[in-house]
Design a protein around this ligand. Structure first.
Ligand SMILES: [Fe+2]
Length: 349
């Protein structure tokens, strides 16, 4: 048995709920969380109680995700629509199983269908991700408590400050056409966002954001699917990689020595998937390491993604969406250089 990460701090849960719930009127909440993370689920339930929301907790046994048929398994992550609508749903924010298993993506697809059905009925959903334990890759070797500390800080951010950065970025980015991104690690890519609308992830539950993911914070846009040309330097499980794009499409993935990485190329949909998203991270305490979903939120970085963008204003319909985080970027909007938010996470590295 590997060591579990310590739970979310009660003070962080209180802080985040008061920032995220806004004018949510729900009197009751249903919390569905993976059983191994029961301690964090109980912290969330207690914090909801202090916020005046009566919450009941359902824990999903870890093995059920891989042992039940996909539709039933998905109910342990995002429950299907029921008569109980009107409650706030509080669910797990990442993939809720600890280790991958064959065809786990099918559970994910069913869970996202359930999510769409809830949102269509006006149910609000708060997704909170919490790590299981240690994290090690080519770049990092973090203990369970170090990983927990990273998530705690990224959930305990100053939400007002993050939202004001989002507002400033939206003002500067609105109406942009050509974007050029360079970085000292090998990025030099241009693409068009003409006629596309930048969106903020403000983590404020309401009609504009009927579902919120914590940790969060970014501004993002669907790229014109045929427009990207150039190179993007990113890391894959800690190791440097460069993706080449031509007329929008990913054409090659190579390592630091220029050698092809066919496995990653296949995973990314090389040969047919386009560069589909441009996002600017605004969570000042998210580091850029691939731990769960927080790395694309990292302040001081930008990310682009390969795959589908139809769900946020683009034309590419694909279940694949893989984020590539660019570190130390310089973003040019024509002759204007984009100012990026302060990166507090650097203080600890
Ligand atoms: Fe994004």
């Amino acid at each position: 048995m590997t060591t579990l990460a310590p739970p979310l701090k009660a003070s962080t849960a209180d802080h985040a709920l008061s920032a995220v719930l806004g004018d949510v009127q729900a009197a009751r909440a249903r919390v569905v969380y993976p059983e191994p993370l029961q301690a964090t689920a109980e912290v969330i339930v207690d914090a909801l109680g202090r916020a005046g929301i009566e919450a009941r907790l359902e824990l999903t046994p870890e093995l059920s995700f891989r042992e039940l048929p996909a539709g039933e398994a998905a109910a342990g992550w995002v429950p299907p629509v029921s008569e109980e609508e009107g409650e706030l749903l509080v669910l797990y924010g990442g993939q809720p199983w600890r280790d991958p298993f064959p065809e786990d993506y099918k559970v994910g697809i069913e869970a996202m269908k359930n999510r769409e059905a809830h949102l269509a009925r006006g149910t609000q959903i708060l997704f909170i991700e919490w790590p299981y334990g240690a994290r090690k890759d080519a770049e990092i070797d973090l203990s369970p408590s170090e990983v927990a500390e990273i998530f705690d800080r990224a959930i305990a951010i100053n939400y007002e400050e993050m939202r004001s950065w989002n507002a400033e970025l939206l003002t500067v980015l609105a109406g942009s056409e050509e974007v050029r991104i360079t970085c000292p690690h090998g990025t030099d890519v241009t693409f068009s966002v003409k006629d596309r609308t930048f969106r903020p992830e403000n983590c404020l539950l309401g009609t504009k954001e009927p579902d919120v993911y914590l940790p969060g914070g970014e501004v993002y846009v669907a790229i014109q699917e045929r427009s990207a040309n150039g190179t993007v330097a990113f890391r894959h499980v800690g190791a440097p990689r460069i993706g080449h794009f031509q007329e929008g499409i990913l054409t090659r993935v190579v390592d630091a020595n220029g050698r092809p990485d066919p496995a990653l190329a296949e995973e990314l949909g090389c040969g047919f998937e386009p560069l589909c998203e441009f996002g600017v991270g605004t969570n000042s305490w998210s580091p850029p390491w691939q731990i769960g979903t927080l790395y694309e939120k990292c302040s001081g970085t930008i990310h682009v993604a390969v795959g589908g963008n139809k769900h946020f204003g683009g034309e590419r319909d694909s279940p694949r969406h893989m984020d590539l985080v660019v570190r130390d970027p310089v973003v040019w909007l024509g002759m204007k250089r984009l100012r990026l938010p302060r990166a507090d996470w650097k203080e600890t590295t």
